[in-house]
Write a protein that binds this ligand. Structure first.
Ligand SMILES: CC(C)(COP(=O)(O)OP(=O)(O)OC[C@H]1O[C@@H](n2cnc3c(N)ncnc32)[C@H](O)[C@@H]1OP(=O)(O)O)[C@@H](O)C(=O)NCCC(=O)NCCS
Length: 185
């Protein structure tokens, strides 16, 4: 299955494994399990993880989405892109779209995000989409910084988020072959 192979390429990539929750490249069977868990999340909670697709080449370049933060009722935003696509505004574009979906469609009252303190790129994405540092914390066996944004505060940020619409190279709605696998807007 192409979608499985594409996602396996990303989840097993040596550049990216340190950003996955167990910090190990995923095997093919683990990637399949990850896809099943994404599908389950969409079915149960009406939110989950999207494929991030580079429109120009219709290439799967990463993921971005919402899931429950470990052992909490909080919903966290997460993102990961292939290294070739870093620093082109795509992480921010994807995260801004997911955040908007979380507030406008899922009607969440609050969205949080965590990162290792030294992960400057991830922290910048959080800041650029309007999230604010709240505290240091410990999740997924790691010391992390914890950011959050309430629906109310997000409404105040809305004008700034609108500016992020200038990027048009990505698509979050999932192309047809992937739709049954990952779900989508
Ligand atoms: C986090 C990630 C998705 C960011 O994606 P991206 O497309 O490179 O981000 P953007 O291009 O939108 O950049 C957002 C901001 O971060 C800054 N930034 C990006 N990479 C950076 C880096 N390596 N060092 C310092 N700043 C960086 C950009 O300059 C930009 O800030 P600016 O507008 O003030 O200049 C990407 O780096 C990635 O996939 N990292 C590995 C996975 C990961 O860390 N996920 C998060 C786990 S918590």
């Amino acid at each position: 299955m192409d979608d499985l192979d594409d996602l396996y390429f990303i989840y097993s990539h040596p550049d990216l494994s340190k950003y996955l929750s167990n910090e190990q490249p995923l095997r093919l069977d683990q990637t399949r399990a990850a896809i099943n868990s994404i599908i389950e999340s969409w079915q149960q909670h009406k939110f989950g993880v999207w494929a991030v697709v580079y429109k120009k080449h219709r290439k799967l370049i990463g993921h971005c989405g919402l899931k429950f933060l470990e052992n909490t009722p909080e919903v966290q935003i997460g993102y990961l892109l292939l290294k070739d696509y870093w620093r082109r505004g795509f992480g921010t574009e994807a995260a801004a779209a997911v955040l908007k979906y979380g507030f406008d469609v899922v009607k969440l009252e609050r969205i949080v995000a965590i990162a290792k303190p030294e992960n400057i790129a991830s922290r910048r994405v959080m800041e650029k989409i309007g999230m604010k540092y709240e505290k240091d914390a410990y999740y997924y066996d790691n010391d992390v910084v914890y950011y959050s944004l309430s629906r109310q505060a997000q409404q105040l940020e809305a004008l700034q988020l609108k500016d992020l619409g200038k990027y048009e190279e990505l698509t979050l709605p999932i192309p047809q072959p992937l739709a049954p696998v990952l779900g989508g807007i």
